[in-house]
Design a binder for this molecule. Structure first.
Ligand code: NI
Length: 441
C-alpha cells in the first residue's frame, strides 16, 4: 500500500516541475526575441557614449544621460550615488530574489586612434596635463548592454519573478588622487544594504582577447587583487667616500628589491594562483658622491586568491623592514594607501549554478575557461559582500588579429559590436534564470 501511494505523489511533483520549466522556457524565448529588438538601441547608445567619454569621477554628462534613458524606459532612478553613479530598481510582477546588475561608466586618459565616425575627440585634464579621453576599456559597451537589458526586463516586468537593481558605477579605473569613488564608495553609500537588498550580483567586461560570440570566465580568482606599495628606506646621509660614517639607503634598497623577489617564489603557495611583487619606481640621491638620507620605492602587489593577498602583504612588510634593519637603515612600508582592489572572485557555487545558462546562450563550444588575469577590477568589492559572477564578453571580429583589435587601454582598442548581443543576453539570462531558481533545484 505504502509503495503504491508514492506514485501519485511523484507524478504530482513531476507535473509541477514541468509546469515551472515550461514557464521558464516561455520567458526565456520571449527574452531572446526581445534582445534582438533592443539591439539597435544598444548600438546607438554605445556610439553616443563612445563619442562622449568622461574621466573617472567626472561622469557628469554620462550619469545624466543614463538617468534620462532609464526614465524614458519607465524606471525611477536615483542619481548622484558615489559621485555620478545611477541606481534604478525594477520590481517584477512576481515575488522573488533581488538581483543586481552592474556596469561601469568611466573613460580613460587615452587619445583615440581608431578611425570611427563616432571616435572620441574629447579632451580633458588629468594630473595637470591635457589629455585625450577615450572609452579605451569598453565601459561604453557595458553601459549600453545594461541599458539594453533594462529595456528587455522592463518589458517582461509582469512575469518577472523578482527584483532587479541596476547599478551604473563611476570611477572603476580609480579616482584622481585624494578622491573616494567607485564600487567601494557605492557600497559605503548603501547600494548593497539599502532596500531592495540584492543577494547576488552579475557583471560583464568586454575583452578583445576573445572573439565575438564567446564568453570567458572561471570559478574562484578571475582577476587579481591590486594594491599600491610604497617603501621609504631611511639611512644617514654621508660622503660617498666615507660610507662607514653613515647608513646607505641605496644599498639597503637594492637588498630589499632582491629579497622581495623571493617572497612569491619562497613564501606564497603559487599552486593556488599567481602572485606578483613589482617595484616600478625608485628615487633617491642627488649626486654621485653623496650617500643620501632616503630612498623611496613604489610598486604594486597582485594576488589571485584572498589568502595569498593577505600573506603577500605581511611577507612584503616583514621582508622590507627586516632587510633594512640588517643594514642599519629603517624601512617604512605602506600598502594599499592610494589604491586597493580585492580579488575578483567568482563564487564557485554561483558560477557552477549559472554555467548552464551561459552555455545555453553562447553554446557549449563558445564558453572559454578564462585564464586568471593579473589586472584588477573593482567589481571585486561587491563580491566581498555578496556572491557575484563576472564574465568576459568577446568583442574581436572572428578571424581578425589582436593587432587590429588592440587590447583594453590601448588608443587602438576597438570593439566588434557583433559581440554585444550575447552580452545583453547574458545579463537578461542570468537574471531570469537566477530568479526562477534554475540550476538550484
Ligand atoms: Ni575596464
Amino acid at each position: 500500500m505504502k509503495r503504491l501511494l508514492i506514485f501519485p505523489v511523484l507524478l504530482l511533483g513531476l507535473q509541477a516541475n514541468i509546469a515551472v520549466q515550461a514557464a521558464d522556457t516561455g520567458l526565456r524565448q520571449r527574452a531572446d526575441t526581445l534582445v534582438d529588438g533592443v539591439m539597435a538601441d544598444v548600438i546607438s547608445a554605445r556610439r553616443h557614449l563612445h563619442a562622449h567619454p568622461e574621466l573617472s569621477n567626472r561622469e557628469v554628462e554620462t550619469g545624466a544621460w543614463i538617468a534620462g534613458r532609464l526614465q524614458a524606459l519607465g524606471y525611477t532612478v536615483q542619481t548622484g550615488v558615489a559621485g555620478h553613479g545611477v541606481v534604478a530598481v525594477l520590481k517584477g510582477g512576481k515575488p522573488g530574489p533581488v538581483v543586481a546588475l552592474r556596469a561601469d561608466m568611466d573613460g580613460l586618459p587615452v587619445a583615440e586612434e581608431v578611425d570611427l565616425p563616432f571616435a572620441s575627440t574629447v579632451k580633458s585634464t588629468f594630473d595637470g596635463k591635457e589629455v585625450g579621453v577615450m572609452h579605451a576599456c569598453g565601459h561604453d559597451t557595458h553601459m549600453a548592454m545594461l541599458l539594453g537589458a533594462a529595456e528587455v526586463l522592463m518589458t517582461l516586468r509582469a512575469q518577472l519573478p523578482g527584483t532587479v537593481k541596476l547599478i551604473f558605477q563611476p570611477a572603476e579605473e580609480g579616482p584622481p588622487p585624494g578622491e573616494d569613488a567607485g564600487a567601494k564608495r557605492m557600497i559605503e553609500e548603501g547600494v548593497l544594504s539599502s532596500a531592495p537588498v540584492p543577494e547576488v550580483i552579475f557583471g560583464l567586461h568586454v575583452l578583445t582577447e576573445y572573439e565575438s560570440g564567446k564568453l570567458a570566465f572561471r570559478a574562484g580568482g578571475l582577476m587579481a587583487s591590486s594594491e599600491d606599495l610604497t617603501i621609504t628606506v631611511t639611512g644617514r646621509q654621508t660622503h660617498g667616500a666615507i660610507p662607514w660614517n653613515g647608513v646607505d639607503p641605496i644599498v639597503a634598497s637594492a637588498q630589499i628589491i632582491n629579497a622581495l623577489q623571493t617572497v612569491v617564489s619562497r613564501q606564497i603557495d603559487i599552486t593556488q594562483g599567481a602572485a606578483i611583487v613589482t617595484i616600478g619606481k625608485i628615487e633617491g640621491g642627488v649626486r654621485n658622491n653623496i650617500i643620501p638620507e632616503r630612498v623611496v620605492m613604489k610598486g604594486t602587489l597582485r594576488a589571485l586568491n584572498p589568502e595569498a593577498r593577505i600573506k603577500l602583504a605581511e611577507a612584503v612588510r616583514r621582508t622590507a623592514t627586516r632587510t633594512a634593519e640588517a643594514t642599519g637603515a629603517t624601512a617604512e612600508v605602506k600598502i594599499g594607501v592610494d589604491h586597493r582592489y580585492p580579488v575578483t572572485y567568482n563564487d564557485p557555487s554561483l558560477t557552477a549554478r549559472m554555467r548552464p545558462t551561459l552555455a545555453r546562450l553562447a553554446g557549449d563550444a563558445n564558453l572559454i575557461e578564462s585564464t586568471p588575469q593579473t589586472v584588477s577590477e573593482d567589481f571585486s568589492f561587491y563580491q566581498q559582500k555578496i556572491p557575484g559572477l563576472f564574465v568576459f564578453v568577446g568583442v574581436r571580429k572572428p578571424g581578425a588579429s589582436r593587432d587590429e583589435y588592440a587590447p583594453n587601454h590601448s588608443p587602438r582598442f576597438k570593439v566588434d559590436e557583433a559581440g554585444l548581443p550575447l552580452g545583453v543576453r547574458a545579463l537578461v539570462g542570468l537574471t531570469l534564470d537566477y530568479m526562477s531558481g534554475a540550476g538550484s533545484r
